[in-house]
Design a protein around this ligand. Structure first.
Ligand code: DHB
Ligand code: FE
Length: 282
């Protein structure tokens, strides 16, 4: 039977992808950030996932403003890195798992989470930067990845509570899958940032850190935080953090925090990473 062994929360700052692709990780600006992620990569290697379900947001790349699904899942066997204006990132193609993805889609829709089904799409920095941070610069990603897109680009994004409930439905779907498989769920995006307007450059470290603390200790209470608080405290793009609730909802109530990164700044953004292991699951 498939089981969820761990969850990962991870930022997706596009400049991090550019720093990796352009060989700048040892530059003064970047070195201390990339040093912190070495331990994350060791832990992911120890966890040995057979598959990752990556909850992320597209940034007007796969979806134009014509079509904006609230929740969508990629069911292809392969996803090419998208050209976001400066050429595709120099990262491996993302392999999916069509059979497992269709199982998830079926189970989630029957659990009343009406996924949009994506038969064809490319993936942008929202998906590939967390993969780079968790798996490093590799010739091939170590396991298949199922993309689960959440709209956080156009108002209204789904609530934290709804995202947490989606995580619960993902857990049920995974546990129904008959093949043995170690599943890790990524919730990506964030942390505090605002990349436009009068408050451009806003970073709120105190708010970010209590978000990381409560993810372990008070996940249900945290999922009830209203949108307005994200925008007020963590900036307009801080709303990306609602995707972390999908990851947390997919885990058990009791988790062990294996590791955490908090780094300021990268571009205009506070960078976070948390790795939570389901207690008692090996
Ligand atoms: C930045 C952060 C993002 O999450 C994004 O999607 C684009 C830019 C930034 O900090 O520069
Ligand atoms: Fe973003």
């Amino acid at each position: 039977m498939a089981k969820i062994i761990a969850g990962v929360g991870c930022s997706h700052v596009p400049a991090i992808g550019a720093a990796i692709d352009l060989g700048k990780t040892q530059d003064d600006y970047w070195k201390s950030l990339f040093d912190k992620f070495k331990r994350s990569q060791e832990i992911l290697a120890e966890l040995k996932p057979d598959i990752v379900i990556e909850v992320y947001n597209d940034h007007g790349t796969a979806f134009s403003l014509q079509y904006i699904p609230t929740f969508a899942m990629g069911v292809q066997d392969e996803f090419q890195p998208a050209d976001e204006g400066w050429g595709p990132r120099r990262v491996p193609v993302v392999k999916g798992n069509s059979e497992f993805a269709w199982h998830l889609v079926e189970s989630l829709i029957l659990s009343e989470f009406d996924m949009t089904i994506i038969n064809e799409m490319e993936v942008d920095h929202g998906l590939t930067v967390p993969l780079s941070l968790m798996f490093g610069q590799v010739d091939a990603w170590p396991c298949p990845v199922i993309p689960l897109c959440v709209n956080v680009v156009t108002y209204p994004a789904p609530t934290g509570h709804r995202c947490f409930a989606l995580g619960r439905a993902i857990r049920k779907a995974v546990e129904e899958y008959p093949k043995d498989m170690r599943v890790v769920v990524f919730g990506t995006g964030g942390m505090s940032h605002q990349i436009h307007g009068e408050r451009c450059g806003l970073i709120n470290s105190a708010w970010d850190k209590q978000f990381l603390d409560r993810l372990t200790s008070d996940p249900i209470g945290l999922s009830g935080v209203p949108h307005k608080q994200y925008v007020t405290e963590a900036g307009a793009e801080g709303i990306e953090l609602v995707m972390w609730h999908v990851m947390r909802g997919a885990l058990n109530d009791d988790v062990d925090e294996l590791y955490r990164v908090y780094h300021v700044p990268a571009s205009n953004t506070a960078v976070g990473n948390i790795i939570l292991k389901n207690r008692g699951v090996n």
